[in-house]
Ligand binder design. Sequence first.
Ligand code: 1HE
Length: 266
Amino acid sequence: MTVNAQGFPELPASLIAERQGAVAILRLNRAHKRNALDDDTVLGLDAFFSAIPDGVRAVLVAGEGEHFSAGLDLTELKERNVAQGIAHSRAWHRAFEKIEFGKVPVVAVLHGAVVGGGLELAAAAHVRVAERAAYYALPEGSRGIYVGGGGSVRIPRLIGVARMMDMMLTGRTYSAEEGQAMGLTTYLVDAGKGFAKGMELAERVAANAPLTNFAVMHALPRIADSDPSAGYAMEALTAAIAQADPEAKTRLRDFLEKRGPKVKQT
Ligand code: 1HE
């Protein structure tokens, strides 16, 4: 695979990757089409998240222009038959799975329209920051289609089946404040402040012990989905593996010898 000087794979023009220390920034760069996700972009997301360069410890995803993403590129939908529709959805699943269960945590900064597949993309990230002018919708019902980027699995985990049903059946749009209150996002900031907040959070994530981040990404959601008795066993194993890592020992010693950071009151 050919990579550029910063270690990123070749990407379509609709995606721009850059490196800032231990954080990789990935921008949706198709503002003239409201960052609608066409096949090239979805394949580009797959390529990017399949080959995170060594040394990158968190990713920040943001959208250029006035909107995070208008979702699926509807111009590509016209001629697809059933088999092609399944293959298309599975390609989105593969790409978004590489975000959710990839190498490093992903922070998404949301502004403007976060709709359809754009909301599915946001739902695959690990931390979501909204600007006050963000809004969320699933207009699939009005287009005669159905979510295909893992939304039926991930979005109900964030906001519940009832709210997602309402969005899909009635075309309801939720505001950034509502999204924050219902758990779709965990940070809400003023217009224009999302990127800086996302970067601050990504840098904090990047400073964690990598094994803890791996456990949070890969063990936590699976433990939460499993029956409690399997969950407790898996938690004990995960905790034991994390604490035995030399990185954990160093960090604990630093704290006990008054060099490590204290927990701060917000
Ligand atoms: C697009 C798309 C798109 C914009 N596919 N081209 N998603 C939707 O149903 C949302 C459709 N989009 C909108 O409702 C609006 O565009 C927005 C509210 C997002 C933004 O409005 P606005 O006024 O800023 O932009 P615009 O004038 O509507 O669009 C600008 C251009 O982007 C225009 O193209 P132009 O060549 O006429 O300039 C639009 O056609 C184009 N554009 N959105 C293609 N989505 C895995 S399954 C997932 C299923 C879904 O995601 S369904 C939801 C699809």
